[in-house]
Design a protein around this ligand. Structure first.
Ligand SMILES: [Zn+2]
Length: 356
């Protein structure tokens, strides 16, 4: 999930994804039962039934369940795609691909950037955005880092400018080609476990909007900690199911993204992840942020209307929906201000682990 208000170069046309045959797109995704919570082992209670993928048109109807434990509340797909079937959910999934935009949409975004600077600074959003842009590594001495799910490398490019030596992995070869083409980055199409990095290779490992896609997120986080050097930092950013946006849009909330998001985390469940990984409280922090709220809320309202950016991108240049977007922006300010009184309400949750 990429915030829409970041500046990125336009793509050469030949970098856009190819269309797939309707036969392969509609291939049935075989599933397997997943009755128990991966964090606490408790059963899940049905939350939403027969959901469809209105973003990228993956086949099937999907149920989301929520852990019955009030101390947990993890949300997950049950049944879930079988491990060898997950790729079918990504047949039309174009990561980090903005598509083209109408003149008025670009004009509105430019105006928004200029006009919003002062109020964003006043409520603390500008400062929060700056920290999120570096995934909270901006106050650390630069070292070498691995970005898992690096996509088109915009984040790695930013970190290189801050002095970091960067490496990235992703499954999306087209996005990786963009990373090589635009920024000349060191990126590979390889699974983290297949990469077999030696112990303590990196001073930082980052996963932005990755763990919700994984069948076994705890195993991946353990592997990240293994390849992190002592004193290194692991940063995880994921949609927060305790957010204001979820409370407003429920099954249409952008963070659910069935069936690609297998587990939906939260402020509470990220803390449980750290606990399950055996991390002492003084070595990790969990908080939520409203920095992505304008995008997530706008897309969630679009999903309610069944008129998403992705759907627009398939039919022509993306246009602007003033009232919807203004509502999302207003709610972002409300969310940012509410964080002072309710730290769980941000649209994204962040886990930062400092390895000893
Ligand atoms: Zn649980």
């Amino acid at each position: 999930m990429n915030p829409p208000l970041t500046s990125q170069p336009e793509l050469p046309l030949n970098f856009h994804s190819d269309s797939n045959s309707s036969e392969s797109i509609n291939a049935v995704i075989s599933t397997t039962p997943s009755p128990h919570c991966i964090l606490c082992g408790k059963p899940g209670i049905l939350l939403f039934k027969n959901l469809e993928d209105h973003l990228y048109g993956a086949p099937g109807k999907w149920n989301l369940v929520k852990c019955e434990s009030p101390d947990c509340g993890l949300i997950w797909l049950n049944p879930a795609p079988k491990a060898d079937q997950i790729s079918k959910a990504y047949r039309q999934y174009y990561t980090h691909d903005k598509g083209s935009e109408t003149f008025f949409r670009k004009l509105f975004k430019n105006l928004y950037f200029k006009i919003s600077q002062i109020p964003e600074y006043c409520v603390g959003l500008a400062q929060a955005r700056k920290r999120m842009k570096a995934l909270y590594l901006d106050q650390q001495f630069p070292g070498n880092m691995l970005d898992i799910g690096c996509g088109d490398g915009l984040y790695m490019h930013h970190m290189q400018k801050l002095g970091w030596k960067t490496e990235g992995i992703d499954f999306d070869e087209k996005a990786l080609n963009r990373a090589r083409f635009f920024y000349g980055l060191n990126v590979r199409q390889i699974d983290l476990f297949d990469a077999s990095y030696p112990d303590g290779t990196f001073t930082a490992v980052t996963l932005r909007h990755v763990i919700e896609h994984l069948p076994d997120p705890l195993a991946t986080l353990s592997e990240c900690l293994r390849i992190l050097s002592p004193g290194g930092t692991l940063v995880v950013v994921t949609p927060n199911s305790e957010s204001l946006g979820y409370g407003l849009t429920f099954e249409d909330w952008r963070g659910l993204e069935i069936p690609r998001h297998l587990h939906i985390f939260s402020w509470t469940t990220l803390k449980l992840c750290a606990k399950r990984l055996g991390i002492p409280p003084e070595q990790y922090q969990v908080f939520t942020t409203a920095t992505g709220a304008d995008y997530i809320l706008d897309e969630s309202f679009a999903l309610q209307e069944r008129l998403t950016d992705q759907k627009q991108a398939q039919t022509g240049p993306k246009t602007i929906h003033f009232l919807r977007t203004l509502r999302a922006i207003a709610l972002q300010y409300r969310e940012q201000l509410s964080l002072r009184f309710d730290p769980s309400i941000g649209e994204e949750a962040v886990l930062i682990i400092h390895k000893k």
